[in-house]
Structures are given as C-alpha cells and as structure tokens.
Design a protein around this ligand. Sequence first.
Ligand code: DGL
Length: 248
Amino acid sequence: MAVIGIMDSGCGGLSVFREIRKALPDERFIYYADNAFCPYGEKEPEFIIDRCRAITDFFISKGAEIMVIACNTATAAAIATLRAEYDIPFIGMEPAVKPAALGTKTGVIGVLATAGTLKASKYLNNRGRFEDNVRIEEQVGRGFVELVESGDLDSPHAEQTVRASLQPLLDAGADTIVLGCTHYPFLLPLMQRIAGEGTRFIDPAPAVTRQLLNVMKEKGIATSDENPGTELVCSGPDDALKRIFSLI
Ligand code: DGL
C-alpha cells in the first residue's frame, strides 16, 4: 500500500495528477492545493520553502511515502531543501527545455513559466545546456494562473490575456513552446487555437509520471493501495479545485 502526496499552489498540479492517475489507477492520492497563498510565482523562495515544509509535514502525518511537487515554481525554490531535510523521495517539475530543443525546426523555442521559475538557478542551469544550439525565448504567462484558478479557460478575456504572453513567442519564430507552469496545460486548447496547428506545446506531465514510476520501483514503494482514491485538500476555498477536478 502506498499513499502519494501531490501538491501545487492551486489547481495547476491537477494537470500532472491526471497523468499520474492514468498510470496508477489503484493508488491512494492526497492532492494539496495551497490556494490560500496562490500564486507562488512572484513570492520569495523562503516563503515557498516554508509552505512546502508545512505541506510535507501534513503529507507525512497522513502516511505519504513519496511526494510530487506538481509545481515548477515550488520545485525551483524548495526541492533541494526538502531533499536535505526529509527522508521521503520528492519528484519535481522542470521546464522541458531538452525535448523542445531537440524537436524544434525553426531553431527557436519558447518557454512560458512564472517569474520565479525563470529566474531560479535550477532553470538557468538547464537553459545553459541548450542555448548554444537553439534560441530560447521566455515569457511569464501573466494572469494565466488567475484564469485557471477562476475557472475561466476560454472567454474573450482569457483569449486576450493568453495572447498577450504567447504572441511575442510566436512573433520570435518559436515553433515549440514549453509549458513551464502546471496551470498552463488547462489553457492548452486556447493556446493551440491562437498559435495554430503548426506550433507544438510540451506538457511535461507524462515525463514526470514516468519518473515517479521509476522512483517508486527503485525505492520498492508498492503500486497499489487497499484503499484507492483521491483526497482533495486545500488551504483556501475549494470551489475552483472541485471544478477543475471534475474536468480531469
Ligand atoms: N503551478 C505552478 C507552477 O508550476 C505555480 C503557479 C503560481 O502559483 O504562480 O509554477
């Protein structure tokens, strides 16, 4: 039996959870949305580390044996500290620069992420491995997290907001765009419509799921629970979380 803790600043991590649940249908999950403190994107790393510690303590008190930080911003700020302080394994998110760099035909890739992710050393190091070979254009998805948290995935306001950050990447010639924030895949139908079929978006959820399976195997963490299902927990109101959960 295994309990898997999955966290994000809000509903975004559900884009990762939906892939994980497909691969592990008989598992027990606790999903924690820290939406009382969402967005994390512009908060100080120390604040995010403290929130991640509190959530890790909560998961451990509920019997979690492994934790997925389904948030790029929190991974960049906190995963190294958490790994040093706790014994359970942590799986984190990272903008998928490598597959984008390998797949681009124009030689230009776009990265959409939060301000916190784009300035973190974890991301800067990763980017540094590829920028000799491809041009990497970055944009913060301004207002994207708020759209998803409010359940507005396809209104004229959503389109205007998404276009404002996406268009500069398209104008720069990016044919491959990395979704470097777990909220953004919920806006993918809208982004694909704006960008057209020739643009490829990379959602790292399948790769993270494969990594979770590998680590569970390596650590001997069982892959079925006598009490499968999902417990949703949040630090703020639960309406948005329930709404997005019903879509996945
Ligand atoms: N979903 C998160 C991420 O992957 C955080 C968004 C936010 O709270 O700003 O970065």
